[in-house]
Design a protein around this ligand. Structure first.
Ligand code: ZN
Length: 186
């Protein structure tokens, strides 16, 4: 179904893969990047250096697929690493500041395909960091869903199980669960 977003000619584009935790965002990012790698295109993958929960130099999906990546603190750092690169993947994009919007626009304007994955809402149900703006400038947006841990419905919220009040708390199933709207606000 996603073949329609393969560019037919050499023009840049921005794709956003968003959704709650456990919705398969990184898996989908890796799937698209693997597909372009197999076409012989040169790719590069980045993530914010804040995300160290599995590995400093890999992005890893919950189904244990992975790709090498570079961790960067500031989005501008990416610009030096992209000579000859045709396709750029960025995971956990919600942790970058708003300058990421300018950087990915620049890259797309240079003819590159930029694929971003990240949380669209924080654990309070508010839009997360630069993601709403990235959705605004993207050509293609894919919103993925998880299964509600409580009722089995369609989950789009990431609910924190820990009481610590801090937007950035990296963790896995011990800290968060995916829930539907009714269970999130209920
Ligand atoms: Zn539910």
């Amino acid at each position: 179904m996603l073949d329609l977003i393969t560019p037919k000619r050499q023009s840049g584009q921005i794709e956003v893969i968003c959704g709650s935790m456990f919705s398969g965002k990184t898996k989908e990012l890796i799937r698209r990047l693997d597909a372009v790698s197999q076409e012989g295109k040169k790719i590069r993958v980045f993530k914010p250096s804040i995300d160290v929960r599995y590995s400093e130099d890999r992005i890893i999906s919950h189904d244990a697929k992975s790709l090498n990546c570079l961790s960067v603190k500031n989005p501008m750092e990416m610009l030096n690493q992209l000579l000859d690169v045709e396709v750029i993947g960025i995971d956990e994009v919600q942790f970058f500041d708003d300058s990421i919007v300018h950087v990915v626009n620049m890259l797309a304007n240079q003819g590159k395909r930029v694929i971003l994955a990240g949380l669209d809402m924080d654990y309070k149900g508010n839009p997360f960091g630069p993601v709403p703006k990235l959705i605004g400038v993207a050509e293609f947006v894919t919103k993925l869903h998880a299964t509600c841990t409580r009722c089995g419905g369609l989950a789009s919220f990431s609910q924190r199980l820990s009481a610590r009040d801090q937007t950035i708390l990296l963790g896995e199933k011990e800290y968060y669960q995916a829930v539907c709207r009714k269970c999130f606000y209920g």
